[in-house]
Write a protein that binds this ligand. Structure first.
Ligand code: NAG
Ligand code: NAG
Ligand code: NAG
Ligand code: NAG
Ligand code: NAG
Ligand code: NAG
Length: 281
């Protein structure tokens, strides 16, 4: 059931061609989406071969190391440019290079797509995975300024006013539901859940992860005294490499001028629907 949601979600995120009908993944995501179960093995083998053959150099943009790096850039772009009306997905990786350094540095040329306006833009990005015993989050630099030209101010202001003024607080579950459906008036909250999760996914990513939001299990608006909208949210993140579903609880605020700010995050213990993570080393 979760896999079904994940595949549907990929469609909603715009990595597939058709917004409604059969699953028809495109380009870079085709392999990852169509056969999620064969990833860990295939990906690891590819990577091991590559590591032995060449320490640095050009990567196949369709292979997992490039794909995983691109996914981190996607999370970064959503933390930076995302809004309840602006959600960014990587559409295609055009080229990828890795450069040996004190950690591992990737240089990517990619096209990203804003899913609501259906605009595509090319961007360059550089990301760096620090090496070390401690888990450090990757450092990303990317500039896709054209994404900011998609004007969502009026919609954001309208959403803000509607939910700031209303006496009753919004609450929603299962975005999307097991049929992949999201009520249109709940879509901005689904996107807010994804944006808040992007901060976690960015922070938690390393060279061996590929995170997506499987589902915003629930999101509840909380009363506030200040000028932010505040939400309690429970999201299910899917790591395509380990095939784990990871539950996180989040407390975050949003307002049009401030964007999403994560106040608290908590990784919840494993649940019954998960398998133990395979020992990847
Ligand atoms: C999807 O949309 C196409 C037209 O864009 C339509 O022909 C098709 O029946 C739709 N499929 C579903 C499952 O709604
Ligand atoms: C999005 O834009 C592409 C290219 O301009 C077009 O082929 C596609 O049909 C559009 N999709 C939707 C859902 O409007
Ligand atoms: C993005 O770059 C690719 C490859 O360099 C090119 O084929 C494509 O036309 C570019 N797209 C845009 C929107 O500039
Ligand atoms: C206030 O919230 C209620 C319940 O969610 C909803 O039915 C109503 O349309 C909202 N009113 C406004 C002005 O948004
Ligand atoms: C990122 O993770 C570190 C620990 O790995 C934690 O201390 C920090 O608060 C996290 N920050 C964000 C924004 O997720
Ligand atoms: C939110 O969803 C999670 C996962 O399905 C569930 O365990 C939790 O009880 C839900 N919380 C609320 C407040 O609905």
């Amino acid at each position: 059931k979760i896999m079904r949601i994940i595949i549907i979600l990929a469609m909603l995120m715009g990595v597939t061609g058709s917004p409604n009908g059969t699953i028809r993944p495109q380009a870079a995501s085709a392999d990852t989406m169509a056969h999620p179960n064969c990833i860990p093995e295939a990906a690891d083998k590819t990577e091991k071969v590559r590591k032995n053959v060449m320490a640095t150099g050009e990567l196949n943009p369709n292979h997992y190391p490039a794909r995983r790096a691109a996914q981190v850039v996607q999370h970064y772009l959503n933390t930076r440019y995302g809004s309840p009306f602006r959600l960014i997905g990587v559409q295609k990786v055009h080229s990828a290079n890795d450069v040996a350094d004190s950690g591992r540095k990737y240089q990517l040329e990619l096209s990203v797509k804003e899913t609501i306006s259906n605009t595509t833009e090319n961007c360059s990005a550089e990301l760096f995975f620090p090496r070390g015993v401690e888990q450090h989050s990757p450092k990303v630099q990317a500039s896709c300024e054209a994404l900011l030209k998609i004007d969502t101010k009026a919609q954001e202001e309208a959403l803000y006013q509607e939910y700031k003024r209303n006496q009753s607080l919004v609450s929603a579950q299962n975005l999307p539901d097991s049929h992949g459906r999201i009520a249109p008036d709940m879509e901005p909250f689904w996107q807010l859940g994804i944006l808040a999760s992007s901060f976690i996914m960015l922070n938690e990513s390393n060279e061996n992860t590929l995170y997506n939001v499987a589902q915003v299990a629930n999101i509840t608006q909380l009363a506030t005294e200040d000028d932010q909208l505040k939400f309690d949210c429970h999201t299910l993140l899917h790591d395509m490499v380990s095939q784990e579903i990871i539950h996180w609880k989040l407390l975050f605020t949003w307002s049009p001028p401030e964007g999403v700010k994560v106040l608290q995050m908590e990784k919840l213990p494993h649940r019954h629907e998960q398998e133990e993570p395979p020992n990847t080393n």
